[in-house]
Write a protein that binds this ligand. Structure first.
Ligand code: SF4
Ligand code: SF4
Ligand code: FES
Length: 240
């Protein structure tokens, strides 16, 4: 916080929905006083929650690590805890991540997202007998995983992907595909063929039309589009 900052009031418009109430979803306006421009959207949501305890949203770490507070902010997905208020035009519209079933207010059902994540077997598969101490990697082999392992599973990418909105049950989505490539790129993994066969077909991988929304919104600066492109390349190599 800068000592020169002046407190400000800000206007927010938040998506509200309580399926138990029987009422239709609606946007609700709030004004929050005494905010500082360097505060994050999560701070403002906590202030709103102090005014109106019925507002529901997820959050935990407060520093872009846990991935739990992905929301749609003025039309763009992002993490509330690392989105500075000074960057937001008002009223700040906050909605749940698009294309996911809403449980309540800003809380979405992540089951489908994690179903796709688990389906790519996001763990090392090694068929050889395991060495006694470790599966060593050279620094160069390890470097190939940079930009792949840092994903915090916030779902900002997958829920901004039109191909996922249209085929949520069949297209794996950018987050799961980034993880698929994370293991395909790992020299210790021995399930390349099995992994590629599992992604073959018209939907799981090939629904990606390189629209790039995913790479634009990733709060960790990752590039699922590039990972998807690399999987397609591996598939092409496998079939020659
Ligand atoms: S590049 Fe592919 S995965 Fe990413 S948003 Fe576009 S269609 Fe979706
Ligand atoms: S790739 Fe980025 S946007 Fe997608 S789930 Fe991982 S951290 Fe979130
Ligand atoms: S609260 Fe953990 S990433 Fe925002």
């Amino acid at each position: 916080m800068s000592e020169h900052e002046q407190p400000i009031s800000m206007r927010f418009r938040i998506y509200r929905y309580d399926p138990e109430s029987g009422a239709a979803p609606a946007m609700q306006d709030y004004v929050v006083d005494d905010l500082l421009p360097s505060m994050m959207l999560r701070d403002a949501l906590l202030r709103i929650k102090a005014q109106d305890e019925t507002l529901s949203f997820r959050h935990s770490c407060g520093e872009g690590v846990c991935g739990s507070d992905g929301v749609n902010i003025n039309g763009r997905n992002g993490l509330a805890c690392i989105t500075p208020l000074k960057d937001l035009h008002q009223p700040v519209e906050v909605r749940p991540l698009p294309g996911m079933p809403v449980i309540r207010d800003l809380v979405v059902d992540m089951s489908r997202f994690f179903h796709h994540y688990r389906s790519v077997k996001p763990w090392l598969i090694v068929h050889d007998p395991m060495p006694e101490i470790e599966l060593a990697q050279t620094p160069a082999e390890r470097e190939k995983l940079d930009g792949l392992y840092e994903c915090i599973l916030c779902a900002c990418c997958t829920t901004s992907c039109p191909s996922f909105w249209w085929n949520p049950d069949r297209f794996r989505g950018p987050a799961a595909l980034l993880q698929a490539y994370r293991f395909l790129a790992d020299n210790r993994d021995q399930a390349t063929e099995e992994r590629l066969n599992d992604l073959d077909g018209p939907y799981r991988l090939f629904r990606c039309h390189t629209i790039m929304n995913c790479a634009d919104v990733c709060p960790k600066g990752l590039n699922p589009t590039a990972a998807i492109h690399n999987i397609k390349k591996l598939m092409a190599e496998q079939s020659t």
